[in-house]
Each structure stands twice: as C-alpha cells, then as structure tokens.
Design a protein around this ligand. Structure first.
Ligand SMILES: Nc1ncnc2c1ncn2[C@@H]1O[C@H](COP(=O)(O)OP(=O)(O)OP(=O)(O)O)[C@@H](O)[C@H]1O
Ligand SMILES: [Mg+2]
Length: 294
C-alpha cells in the first residue's frame, strides 16, 4: 500500500510540539472536503448564522483564498484590511483580523487572494502546521483574561477550508476540535471521502490527537432524483451515526443569497434551505452538548 502521507499534500512534520488541550467552552469546527463545490462555504455561512441566531457566539474563519465566505457575508474586498493571510504569515493577532457581520453574534476573519501564496510562505516558517492553532489559542486565552463584560466569549469557531488537502487545510485540522464534512449527494460523493478520512487520521496521529470527525452533512439533496436517495443510503451505511439526520436540500434561494452578500437565512429565512440549516444547527448543538458535558 502506498504511504497515505503521499496523498495528503504537504509532508507532516513530526515534531512541532503537540498542542495543549483546549477548554471545551469554545468548539472549533473545521468544515472540510477537498472536493470543490460541495457546499462547504454555504454550510459555514448558514450554519454560522443559524448558531448565532440561537445565541451562540460564532467566529467564521475564512481559510480559502477564494474568499467566498467573506463575500457571502457581505465583506467587500476593499474592507478586508487584516486577513487570514496576515494572521498565518505575519502572526498578526487574530483579534485584529476579526470583523463584525450584519448578523449579531457572528463575526468573520476574512480572506483575500494573498492567501493563495501563503502555503509556500508558511512552509518555511516555524510551527508551520500550527500557525492557525497558535493564533486561535492565543486569542482564546487572551479573551478569557478579559473582564467578563469585555469578553467575546466565543462558543463556536467555524473554519471554511479550501477544496484541497493542502497546508491551509492541515492548519485548520491542527487547530480544530472536530471536522464537519459536507458531502454532495452525487455519484462520486464517496470517492475522495476515504482520502479525507485518512488525512484526519494522519493529523490525529501526528499533529492533533484530539481531532475527531464531528459529522457528515448531506448537501444539495434533490428529492426528485433517485440518485440522491441512493447516495444518502450508501453514505449512511458507511458512516452510520456520524451522518446528520438533517439533509440540506438543493434550493435556489440558497444559491442566490451570496450574490446579495447575505446568508440564505437573512435573504429568505423561510426557504427550505434556510429551514434545513436551522435544523442542522440544532442537531449540532445537541451533539456538542454531549461532548461538552463529557
Ligand atoms: N443547498 C444548496 N442548494 C443550491 N445551491 C447550493 C446549495 N449549497 C450550495 N449551493 C451552490 O453550489 C455552489 C458551491 O457551493 P459552495 O461554494 O458552498 O461549495 P464549496 O464546497 O465551498 O466550494 P469550493 O470547494 O469552491 O470552496 C455555489 O454556487 C452555491 O451557491
Ligand atoms: Mg468554498
């Protein structure tokens, strides 16, 4: 069998110092799938919005040079002063990169195209796989030291990954507590999933022993298409309880919303897609409650 590290993009450094355990008050969820266009960003934006709507304090970290999450949350390119690029390459404190969105309790660390060159730059820097983790942990620790009234008190950080298992995604996985995998209900859905799971396994073995698969969410489900049902059944047979009961339907309102710089939940909170993301958020909170209580 070939060495799985060969397919995981960058080589995993063995000795960067394992991260300290994190407090459970804030959960860092990595939204990843190396397949393009499966609904990662749509899930990050709308799950983030739905979590914020029920009172969670959410930060979305845009780790994709495409910057779709930043755009979809209405942050114009011209207003992306400090970005994930600066945080990763220059170690600019995360606090300086956080910008509010139109949704109360949801803020974002935007990304710019600069990030496409970051991989090469951070590969040469110390703790290259922990650049994001160090930034995040620094921020969380500093926040805990603040007076209660001034504290941001994040309860969820969602990281929107690029469609690749590159060093950016590795940084996200090294920084995360758990991975949420959006899976599009199409023929090749399972292809690539095993590679993603292998990468998670690898990160767990080298960089972040606490990392787990939080769940898999089926996206763009088309109930008129028999294939959607078949794929959903296959995925459930393969991954069992890890697959969320909530399925995100293919819904035109969901795809229109980003061009208005709004989450679907603001654009049309009663469309089937928005309602599904509200259900997904509540399922996630239930799952996470169990983890936090453990
Ligand atoms: N539930 C849905 N119904 C209809 N269209 C959707 C839905 N979810 C996502 N889309 C559309 O599918 C496209 C891909 O979605 P999205 O950008 O969220 O995927 P992604 O995995 O983040 O892509 P990339 O890999 O390029 O980052 C977008 O045009 C988006 O608007
Ligand atoms: Mg995306």
């Amino acid at each position: 069998m070939s060495d799985p590290r060969a397919s995981a993009g960058p080589r995993m450094p063995a000795n960067e110092g394992m991260p300290a355990q994190r407090e459970k008050a804030c959960r860092v969820i990595v939204i990843a799938n190396q397949k393009g266009g499966v609904g990662k960003t749509t899930t990050a934006i709308n799950l983030g919005t739905a979590l914020a709507a029920v009172g969670e304090e959410v930060l979305l970290v845009d780790l994709d040079p495409q910057g779709n999450a930043s755009t979809g949350l209405g942050i114009p390119v011209a207003e992306r002063g400090v970005s994930t690029y600066d945080v990763l390459t220059e170690a600019v404190p995360l606090a300086r990169a956080i910008v509010p969105t139109a949704i109360p309790k949801l803020s974002v660390v935007p990304s710019t195209v600069d990030l496409s060159g970051a991989e090469l730059e951070i590969a040469a820097l110390p703790r290259r796989s922990y650049r994001l983790r160090d930034a995040l942990d620094g921020f969380l620790a500093e926040d805990r030291r603040r007076e209660k009234a001034e504290r941001r008190g994040l309860t969820y950080v969602l990281i929107d990954c690029p469609p690749s298992l590159n060093l950016l995604t590795i940084n996200a996985m090294a920084a995360g507590d758990a991975v949420l995998v959006p899976l599009q209900c199409e023929f090749f859905a399972l292809e690539g999933l095993s590679q993603l799971l292998r990468t998670v396994e690898l990160v767990r073995g080298t960089l972040n022993p606490a990392l787990e698969i939080q769940g898999v969410v089926l996206t763009m489900f088309d109930k008129r298409n028999k294939l959607s049902d078949l794929v959903a059944a296959d995925v459930r047979a393969f991954l069992g309880e890890k697959v969320y009961r909530t399925v995100i339907p293919r819904n035109v309102r969901v795809s229109e919303a980003p061009s208005y710089g709004k989450p679907a939940l603001l654009y049309d909170h009663r469309c089937a897609g928005s309602e599904a993301y509200i259900r997904l958020a509540s399922e996630m909170i239930q799952r996470e409650r169990a983890v936090r209580a453990a």
